[in-house]
Design a protein around this ligand. Structure first.
Ligand code: 13P
Length: 254
């Protein structure tokens, strides 16, 4: 059984007291399993406190972004060194909200991936098409461009500890998740393209996560799709019980 990776993206939510209550709630409700890796991504301001709270347990810590330089005159930025310092082991890169609101491009995604790898952080690289792109029949062109440019000049060894999250933009925060067929088709496309760009073992070693309106009621069906190795959960991860209900649907827990 391969390990499922389940990541809670808290986005811009939870001051330190709420963040600590939420992780305590997850730890209380979650059934531990060697076949499931659970990761939480609090906002930067709660990383340190949550990292301390999690230090004796199995839940891992992720940041929601990383800057590509290590230090210097870059007001407002946070480096990989600083993320390691507060206990992060994963980092979300290129989320569609960053692409939409903060000018993230495939080129900056690529720089951030290198910064993560340099610091021993596992990148969770987000890709996905908008509704307009899907309706225009461009989904696979968009995914291919995001992958090729985002992964530019990365070598096989760089992808040994790596996750890609397929998050169709139109499914994020809308309550409308992609269908099983759409998920299976996109995940197959991603795995295949990695095999073509690198090789089959590399493609098979990458965790491909689905994100977009995941909830306890649809998690089991999503997990059942081929090439789905985990989930990236937004809104539903803000409730400890609901998030643990999602974790309980993973193949590693059933
Ligand atoms: P929702 O689960 O709220 O749709 O958000 C998904 C997401 O963007 C996770 O990164």
């Amino acid at each position: 059984m391969t390990t499922s990776l389940i990541v809670a993206n808290w986005k811009l939510n939870n001051a330190v007291p709420e963040a600590l209550m939420l992780v305590a709630g997850i730890e209380a409700h979650m059934k531990e399993s060697p076949n499931v890796e659970v990761v939480v991504a609090p906002p930067f301001t709660a990383l340190y406190s949550v990292g301390v709270a999690l230090s004796d347990g199995t839940i891992k810590l992720a940041a929601q972004n990383i800057f590509w330089e290590e230090k210097g005159a870059f007001t407002g930025e946070v480096s990989g060194t600083l993320l390691k310092d507060v206990g992060c082991s994963y980092v979300i890169i290129g989320h569609s909200e960053r692409r939409k609101y903060f000018g993230e491009t495939n080129e900056t995604v690529n720089k951030r991936i290198f910064a993560a790898l340099r610091n021993g952080l596992v990148p969770i690289m987000c890709i996905g098409e908008t509704l307009e792109e899907r309706e225009g029949g461009h989904t696979f062109d968009v995914l291919e461009k995001q992958l090729k440019n985002g992964l530019a000049t990365l070598q096989i060894k760089d992808l040994e500890h790596f996750a890609i999250a397929y998050e169709p933009v139109w499914a994020i925060g809308t309550g409308r998740n992609a269908t099983s067929e759409q998920i299976a088709e996109a995940h197959h496309f991603i795995r295949n393209l990695i095999a073509k760009l690198y090789d089959a073992p590399t493609a098979n070693g990458i965790s491909i996560l689905y994100g977009g309106s995941v909830k306890p009621s649809n998690a089991k069906e999503i997990f059942a799709q081929p090439n789905v190795n985990g989930l990236l959960v937004g809104g539903a991860s803000l409730d400890a019980k609901g998030f643990c209900d999602i974790i309980a649907q993973s193949p590693g827990q059933r």
